[in-house]
Design a protein. Structure first.
Length: 275
């Protein structure tokens, strides 16, 4: 456990340095700073792989059944996504927002949770379905996070263009059409993944005879969040809403996803408090 904590702390430190260089590049164009920030992000990913390897050894299997591991995997997914965006043109601000989200989750996980915390595996007998549910939910959250980042960039760029405030930073951002397209694509990927993960979880609950869990508050908030994204896709395909409205819908849906995760502390599904 001490080795895992050491790797985690080292990854946090390198992540913070990477975020600093990425931020400086966004403030003032700095190719050297961008390369250094990306290189440090690679180091973060490697440290996370080492941490996941230790957890795999400790659990004698795929480490996904605790909130600690879920957030660890989520942060790792964000790092991989950031590295993928780093190879695209005009992705500096996207990487900045993704890194801010990934670092925040990584830091929260370090100070709030422990690897030996509450595990879902202790009360579920359908391990295969539970594994699929967790993996799909994690991939869904990563995709929806990316969609939200592009939605935020869309609103920011729209506001700046509307007020005619031009700067080098604005010129480095993707145009409105591109940010809108990327946001929609990411959400179009994340929403079905989220829906399938919920279906798998529901089948697991029914097969275990725990149907009373379907009345849990978390079910309602989850369905609301999923419903917002479904309506987002419907409105987007119909073309009835403006890009600004669609970006706000995307952000609202993500807010419900975050609320849904925080409700774990009061839910019978994933009851944990970080102790």
């Amino acid at each position: 456990m001490q080795l895992l904590n050491g790797i985690y702390d080292a990854a946090l430190l390198v992540y913070a340095l990477s975020l600093l260089f990425v931020f400086s590049d966004c403030l003032k164009r700095s190719p050297g700073g961008k390369r250094l920030g990306t290189g440090l992000l690679v180091v973060v990913g490697l440290l996370q792989v080492a941490g996941l390897g230790i957890r795999f050894s400790q659990e004698k299997g795929l480490p996904i059944f605790t909130p600690y591991d879920f957030l660890f995997w989520f942060a790792f997914s964000i790092v991989l996504t950031s590295l993928a965006v780093a190879f695209t043109r005009g992705g500096e601000f996207t990487i900045l927002l993704l890194s801010m989200a990934g670092f925040s989750v990584f830091l929260l996980n370090r100070v709030w949770l422990t690897a030996g915390g509450h595990t879902l595996e202790t009360w579920s007998a359908v391990y295969g379905w539970l594994t699929m549910h967790v993996i799909l939910a994690n991939l869904s959250f990563a995709a929806l996070t990316l969609g939200t980042v592009f939605a935020i960039l869309y609103l920011f760029l729209h506001t700046r263009l509307k007020s005619k405030k031009w700067s080098d930073r604005i010129r480095r951002l993707p145009n409105l059409e591109t940010t809108d397209k990327y946001s929609y694509t990411a959400i179009l990927v994340g929403t079905p993944l989220l829906g399938i993960s919920l279906v798998v979880a529901g089948l697991s609950i029914v097969s275990e005879g725990r149907t009373l869990l379907l009345k849990d508050l978390k079910v309602l908030t989850t369905l609301i969040g999923l419903g917002i994204y479904i309506f987002y896709i419907i409105f987007k395909k119909s073309g009835r809403k403006s890009g600004v409205s669609m970006a706000r819908w995307a952000i609202l849906g993500y807010a419900f996803i975050i609320l849904n995760f925080l409700l774990n502390s009061w839910s019978d599904f994933h009851g944990w408090s970080g102790e």
